[in-house]
Write a new protein. Sequence first.
Length: 317
Amino acid sequence: MRDFFISLGLLQHFYVDEKHALIISSIEEQKDLQNFSKWLLDVGDGNLGMPHDGIAEIEIPDDLLITNYDDPVSAIVSATYPDLLQNLSSFDYFNDRAILAPTIEVVNQVNDYMCSLLPGEHVEYLSCDSVCKSFNDNDCFEDLYTIDFLNTINSSSMPLHKLSLKVGTLVMLLRNIDEASGLCNGTRLRVTKLGKTVIEAVTLNGSKPNQKVLIHRMDMNPFESHLPFRMTRRQFPITLSFAMTINKSQGQLLRYVGLYLPKPVFSHDQLYVALSRVRSMGGLKILVHNDVSSASNFTTNVVFREVFRNVDPSMQI
């Protein structure tokens, strides 16, 4: 799979001349791409920052870094979505780019900022949250987990309690709605109309792009099991997707990616997943914003190398 993404990146640096011969655009670009490809594979294999116990500090190449900025959110948005207002009607512009971050809190911050840049008024949609009746028959149970408390629960598998949208907002489906029509979990769309009970949008990716669809509210339960109860949230099954979590980006292949790291990655191979979403090194920009409010060219990489080792046949059942 890693070689597949590397080969995609290589193809971006070829062109066809008048005789339709495949040639390399320049020796310098070929060398840069080879160095980037090796670095990317070393990130994925955990070969940087050795020796380490699975967590290592690694250096980001200068060509990929955003270092000159006052506001990190504004900087990563400008690098990933340049000339935003001039491209509001462009299908390819939004389909080809996204900002990635490790946590849902950071993603929500970036999405709120981007939504504020769009023209028009916000329309707010509030969810209806409840504890599943089948979880506990005790009448006092609902008093323990109040509606106000349920409204505060955020999960990557559920929409927010309060969705604040504008026409033109990028959203992503969080559930399979109609697989035959290409409306699956992870499909990105652009909002075209905001009604009281339905939202009209146009698909950007998936098996049937540029398709007009209507989205309605539905009952959803969080996939995560860390909650001591089972809750239901009735809301539109979407989340803003100008930015998305690294985990949610798996399966996406984009032309331009902005990787925003105010907090380091925290799970195995997460950094490699983010870096390999982009088709070429020219489309990748990284902003590492450390705890002392300044740019950094180092970040954390988490790779447990024993995952790649073959299991001892004598231990197999």
